[in-house]
Design a protein around this ligand. Structure first.
Ligand code: ATP
Ligand code: MG
Length: 413
């Protein structure tokens, strides 16, 4: 039976353990997520491989349980200097726990953390050259912004003149140069957040860990701060490990994203990779909107393209690299709303999978956002950017998509 679902609300969908043809050895989450530039790291977990100047943070096989509950299960990744890496996942998936272990506030049950090639797993937080900005950013309330930012340098006995220069620079970076005299209580939420970031970056940590730093801000300020944070990160070249459960934020800011689910990586990749080539049904569903459709493979057309059959029609779909299918296999196909075409006439006979009726169509400036009820009752979400083609509720339509834009993300449920 064909099942259509949309991403929200986020659901937990059980994937079959393996896709047809997937290399059985390549267990998700157990490989070290290498930086694209330096793929030949030592993945053995037996220690660091050849010294790699470019790798600033390396997390190896972290596992952690609280009581009987395993909250991290073999998490590994490594970050290039200056990289913006985001840990993305729903509430409770282990994001904060990962950051706390990296920062030294929590000890892992097993696994190791390396900073600049040095094993810091047994070191206390203040010996790690890392800095953390937590969601509840605690500024000292009795100190003004300048004093808050200067504090870390002061206790490191940095010379007064240098402290002045460094604090001035940090406040410029966060655009708070005129706010040095203000107390935290005299700042807006966004300004307080920026003061907290200045306080962290002034210490020039190798890596800055940020745990949902924009979580408390309203949407407008949040968008603005996303741009500011990204700008700052580029300007100062610090490596960021950024935690969020907001997929849009992750897609727009990150160099790479690690999608965590139940303490394991589902996929690590660039925003384009996780969006356009989700390796699992969960990732397809979690990252952005998508339509998930059950289908049967009818033919292998070569070069990773397949014909797949739905109850009322056939269409093309592409397999991800490293996966292959055979005629008769049950699969789940992901089609993004922006790839769905719905038209009154058949425009692409080869890829027309369904017939249905427009249920609603909402004008959103540059496109229409529509819900289409397919014959059989399932609903499909589609974005129509061809403004002249607005089709109102009640219009009968054919549904198709360019075959290579649909992705086979898993075996059927
Ligand atoms: N000190 C602790 N004792 C017991 N359980 C804990 C502890 N810290 C975290 N957990 C549990 O571990 C799991 C992962 O927690 P974690 O804080 O890492 O999640 P998260 O991904 O940061 O979630 P959120 O998005 O809600 O902040 C949760 O189920 C949480 O309840
Ligand atoms: Mg958290």
């Amino acid at each position: 039976m064909t099942t259509l679902t949309q991403t929200k609300p986020k659901k937990r969908i059980r994937l079959r353990p393996q896709l047809g043809g997937r290399d059985a050895e390549q267990k998700k989450g157990q490989e070290v997520a290498s930086t694209p530039a330096k793929p030949e790291a030592d993945h053995s977990g037996q220690g660091l491989g050849p010294a790699d100047e470019d790798v600033v943070l390396r997390v190896e096989h972290l596992s952690k349980s609280f009581g009987d509950v395993r909250v991290l299960d073999d998490v590994s990744f490594e970050l290039r200097r200056g990289e913006f890496f985001t840990l993305l996942g729903s509430s409770g998936c282990g994001k904060t726990t990962t950051l706390r272990i990296i920062s030294g506030l929590e000890a892992p049950d097993s696994g190791a953390v390396y900073v600049n090639g040095e094993d810091v797993t047994a070191l206390p937080p203040n010996k790690r050259e890392l800095n953390t900005v937590f969601q509840s950013y605690a500024l000292f309330p009795s100190m003004n912004v300048y004093q808050n930012v200067a504090y870390g340098l002061k206790i490191r006995h940095v010379a007064k003149g240098q402290i002045e220069r460094e604090v001035k620079r940090a406040l410029e970076l966060v655009r708070l140069s005129d706010y040095g005299d203000r107390k935290p209580s005299e700042l807006s939420g966004g300004q307080r957040q920026r003061a907290a970031i200045a306080r962290a970056i002034v210490l020039k940590p190798n890596v800055l860990l940020l745990d949902e730093p924009l979580g408390a801000l309203d949407l407008k300020l949040r968008k603005q701060m996303q741009l500011e944070l990204k700008r700052m990160q580029r300007e100062i070249g610090i490596t960021f490990v950024y935690v969020t459960h907001d997929q849009e934020e992750a897609l727009s800011m990150s160099d790479r994203i690690g999608v965590l689910r139940n303490g394991r990586f589902e996929q690590v990749g660039t925003p384009e990779e996780v969006y356009q080539a989700p390796q699992t049904e969960y990732v397809a569903d979690f990252i952005g909107d998508t339509n998930l459709l059950e289908a049967k493979v009818v033919a292998d057309e070569g070069a990773g393209l397949y014909r797949v059959r739905f109850p009322h029609g056939e269409a093309g779909a592409r397999a991800l690299e490293g996966t292959s299918f055979s005629p008769g296999d049950s699969v789940v196909v992901s089609v993004r709303p922006e790839h769905i075409r719905y038209t009154q006439q058949v425009v692409d006979e080869k890829n027309t999978a369904f017939q249905g009726e427009v249920r609603s169509s909402q004008f959103l400036g540059s496109y229409y956002k529509a819900v289409i009820e397919l014959d059989g009752g399932k609903r499909l979400h589609a974005n129509n950017s061809l403004v002249e083609q607005n089709l109102n509720a009640g219009t009968r339509v054919w549904v198709s998509w360019p075959g290579h834009d649909a992705v086979i993300v898993g075996g059927a449920r």
